[in-house]
Design a protein around this ligand. Structure first.
Ligand code: C2G
Length: 131
């Protein structure tokens, strides 16, 4: 049976940490589906709008060779629905979310992968601001 992998994130100010997790997520299966947080959802999570618009973030993700499908994640509460709609057998998240999605083990395998050290959108924003 083919393994369909799903992952979620904002992927704002796209950087190598994002590439690494998506590349490794794809290696967990045959087909990779990415749920990208809407601008509104990101505001509710982080109290700010992303630097890159939703449509630009979608365009960047769709252009990657290891991403097969992209959809917009409108609510954190709908994870189970998104997983089932996508017919995903595996959920991959960075280990900053360790344990947070264990409920989803009812629907699929859940794998937390180590984050890439020393890079984040927040740090990039801080560095650029200080220039
Ligand atoms: N990531 C990583 N290494 C980094 C930075 C990010 O592996 N240095 C991973 C995160 O762990 C996450 C993915 O890249 O799995 C996307 O990161 P964010 O855009 O920061 O995602 P976030 O806003 O945390 O959204 O429902 C879950 C959320 O939507 C996740």
């Amino acid at each position: 049976m083919s393994r369909r992998v799903i992952t979620f994130g904002t992927f704002d100010v796209f950087h190598v940490g994002h590439v690494n997790i998506l590349e490794r997520a794809k290696q967990e299966g045959d087909y990779l589906i990415v749920g990208v947080s809407s601008d509104k959802l990101n505001f509710s999570k982080k109290q700010r709008y992303p630097v890159y618009s939703e449509s630009d973030r979608i365009k960047i993700l769709k252009s990657l060779k290891f991403v097969d499908e992209v959809f917009v994640e409108e609510s954190l509460e709908l994870k189970a629905d998104y997983i089932q709609q996508a017919k995903a057998n595996v959920l991959v998240m960075g280990d900053d979310w360790m344990g947070k999605f264990d409920d989803m083990k009812k629907y699929c395998e859940v794998i937390y992968l180590p984050r890439t050290p020393s890079i984040s959108t927040t740090e990039i924003i801080e560095v650029v601001k200080s220039l």
